[in-house]
Write a protein that binds this ligand. Structure first.
Ligand code: C2E
Ligand code: MG
Ligand code: MG
Ligand code: MG
Length: 285
């Protein structure tokens, strides 16, 4: 009996696995097609100087304009793209599109600001990452100081590789930030050894700063630490004026979040670049 039951379980497990892998295969093929048909688009979220309310950067965030499903968010396809390796060509597309757009804005007379691009694990561990980025910068004629690369703490676990790669990226003249800071492996010992420019405080800490004294303490401490380490700091996921005030009082440099703007398409971003963002900055009262 036990044997029989075991076999049944196995079959159920097996057919589940089959449908999961068929779905994955379908999605993978669709992602391939999406690359060829140029179905990916970039959205842009402003990064705001907390004192002046000025837009001092934008983060490029990918969306998939799917022919049937409409706009598909990155959480629905980035993980599979990462597993299948498709993230490498997709990431290259993002990098090129972001650099090209930023160069275009500069040519059109917008005040130059850096554009941030999220690097995936695979990209960060890719052979000759420096050469590839350098090639894109040359092709698009973007000054490297207007490109910022976002990596996550998990990519720095191989400390030697991280330091080596980051040094190479710094040689190019681009900026590097650590995204979702506080959620991953973080050794403060190594943090000071990494040639990075900025920490992005993860929005999970920012979310509860007004209600959870522990989160408030963590955020205040991260900000103070960045000042001691001579790093810039930006808080992600700022949604309320109270959060903004807290961050201002604790000397956070920059903020990004729905309070100012969600990620928007090119035209909406250009509107904000021309007219500014119509909400109060922290120092306005
Ligand atoms: P991330 O890099 O941490 O990007 C910030 C995410 O937080 C974005 O989600 C943004 O829309 C969202 N967000 C911004 N402000 C707020 C806020 O005030 N409240 C809340 N609740 N959310 C806010 P999105 O665009 O869905 O991207 C999710 C993640 O997907 C990104 O997190 C990043 O890890 C990944 N991703 C996006 N684009 C790319 C890409 O081009 N390449 C790679 N490798 N990953 C990407
Ligand atoms: Mg990011
Ligand atoms: Mg982030
Ligand atoms: Mg995040």
């Amino acid at each position: 009996r036990a044997k029989e039951k075991g076999r049944n379980d196995f079959q159920i497990f097996n057919s589940d696995m089959k449908s999961v892998s068929i779905n994955r295969l379908r999605l993978e093929n669709e992602l391939r097609r999406a690359l060829v048909n140029e179905e990916f688009v970039l959205y842009y979220q402003p990064q705001v100087d907390i004192g002046s309310g000025r837009i001092v950067g934008v983060e490029a965030l990918i969306r998939w304009n799917h022919p049937d499903k409409g706009m598909v968010m990155p959480n629905h396809f980035i993980p599979l793209a990462e597993e299948s390796g498709l993230i490498v060509p997709i990431g290259e597309w993002v990098l090129r599109a972001a650099c090209k757009q930023n160069k275009t804005w500069q040519s059109e007379g917008y005040a130059p600001i850096p554009i941030s691009v999220n690097l995936s694990m695979r990209q960060f561990f890719q052979h000759n990452l420096k050469g590839k980025i350098s090639h894109v910068l040359e092709q698009t004629e973007l000054d490297p100081r207007y490109l910022e690369l976002e990596i996550t703490e998990s990519m720095t676990m191989d400390v030697d590789h991280a330091i080596q790669s980051l040094l190479e990226l710094k040689e190019l003249g681009v900026n590097v930030s650590i995204d979702d800071f506080g959620t991953g492996y973080s050794s403060l010992y190594y943090l000071k050894k990494f040639p990075i420019d900025k920490l992005k405080i993860d929005r999970s800490f920012v979310r509860d700063i007004m209600v959870d004294p522990n989160d408030a303490a963590i955020v205040a401490t991260i900000i103070a630490m960045t000042h001691h380490l001579n790093l810039k700091v930006i808080a992600e996921g700022v949604e309320t004026e109270d959060q903004l005030k807290f961050l201002y009082q604790n000397r956070c440099n920059e903020v990004q979040g729905y309070w100012f703007s969600p990620p928007v398409d090119r035209l909406e971003l250009e509107h904000m670049l021309r007219h500014g963002i119509s909400v109060a900055a922290a120092s306005s009262e």
